[in-house]
Write a protein that binds this ligand. Structure first.
Ligand code: UDP
Ligand code: MG
Length: 238
């Protein structure tokens, strides 16, 4: 997923290519999904593709957000395994080697678990509240401190693609879907350059799709409020 990451893209492509070259694969593809950037991203990405045919580019028709970009990349992917990663180098490409080692050992989902967050106090606190509260209310076990950065086997990808959900909270679905899963610890880096592209509104939207997708609590709260207001209405009429 790429949204206005012009400063990060050249370094990302270089580090990614080097990291993948060290892996025991015959072939690979790198899919950039441009979520309709307004900086130099739309001209940079096609030039990457021209100089390296491993690189593929998708451009959305409008800004659909990070989760939709991950989904689109997944839909287009053709490999035996797939890695989700952000474009700001917060997810170090070198960690892919650790993912692959666990995949080779038989795990079908290998997700990265943050040891330390190099982000501001407010963001760290918000994430903490979000993950802990989701774990408290959700009827699935979403691993604490696990983001979207992960490797998934083709079998998992096909299963995820077959789900009917439209508004996706991918790390929740990944946890819910089963298969042999393991977490790998890593140190999440600060974004290399630029400002975070997740606005507060987008973050809240993500949190909401987590709560709504995986817990009956919002529905229960809505029904309870509905019942209460109906009772209150009756009370007023009497
Ligand atoms: N991103 C995107 N669409 C958006 C917002 C973000 O594709 O509407 C991308 C962004 O370019 C980055 C990734 O999603 O590659 C994560 O965004 P960001 O780094 O801003 O989020 P944070 O790491 O601060 O949670
Ligand atoms: Mg980031």
């Amino acid at each position: 997923p790429v949204f206005n990451e012009e400063e990060n893209l050249p370094k990302l492509a270089a580090r990614l290519t080097t990291a993948i070259a060290a892996l025991p694969f015959d072939d690979y593809e790198i899919i950039f999904v441009d979520d309709v950037s307004s900086d130099a991203t739309p001209s940079l990405l096609p030039s990457f593709h021209e100089s390296d045919s491993h690189i593929r580019v998708i451009r959305f028709s409008r800004n659909f957000g990070h989760q939709a970009a991950l989904q689109a990349g997944m839909d287009e992917s053709r490999g035996d395994a797939l890695v989700f990663m952000d474009a700001d180098l917060q997810d170090p490409p070198e960690v892919i080697a650790d993912f692959v080692a666990q995949w080779r050992a038989g795990y079908e989902i290998v997700y990265a678990v943050r040891k330390k967050r190099k982000e501001n106090v407010f963001k760290r606190a918000s994430y903490k509240v979000f993950y802990r509260s989701l774990q408290a209310v959700a009827n699935i076990d979403v691993p604490l401190e696990a983001g979207d950065f992960c490797l998934m086997d083709r079998r998992v990808v096909n299963a995820l693609k077959a789900l009917p959900e439209r508004n996706r909270f991918l790390r929740g679905l990944r946890s819910w879907i089963g298969f042999a899963q393991i977490g790998v610890e890593y140190e999440r880096q600060a974004r290399l350059a630029g400002t975070p592209k997740y606005t507060l509104g987008k973050l809240l939207g993500l949190a909401l799709s987590g709560y709504i997708g995986f817990s009956a609590l919002p529905l229960r709260v809505a029904s309870a409020l509905g019942t209460l207001s109906a009772l209150a209405g009756l009370g007023l009429m009497v």
